[in-house]
Design a protein around this ligand. Structure first.
Ligand code: SF4
Length: 105
């Protein structure tokens, strides 16, 4: 009888401990931000144009100049990378570059 109680308490503790590890990991997964830095398949010239000429960054320091507010931005589904009419590769709605042109109001 006493062994059953100890075993049950041990299993309950193990389940609680497992949830305490899994739950935060799941929350991290939920809050993961979109990253659009994969330039796989792009030519060296395209990568150079993107990173050195346009100076594309995945997260803008200036919210007024984010890609989603740019005339050249081609939107995608939420949490997916969009595109750009002048910069090749995946484009983050929260990114920016030197070629930013504000959409007309
Ligand atoms: S031109 Fe630059 S700021 Fe505008 S959508 Fe393309 S990458 Fe973003």
């Amino acid at each position: 009888m006493n062994d059953r109680i100890h075993r049950r308490e041990a299993l309950r503790s193990l389940a609680t401990f497992s949830l305490s590890i899994i739950a935060p990991a799941a929350l991290v997964g939920c809050s993961k931000k979109t990253s659009c830095l994969d330039v796989t398949g792009m030519s060296p010239d395209e990568v150079s144009q993107r990173s050195q000429i346009a100076d594309y960054v995945d997260v803008t320091p200036d919210a007024a100049k984010k890609c989603s507010r740019c005339l050249h931005y081609v939107p995608a589904a939420p949490n997916a990378c969009g595109g750009c009419k002048v910069v090749k590769g995946p484009i983050n709605a929260e990114g920016t570059c030197k070629l930013f042109v504000a959409k007309p109001a």
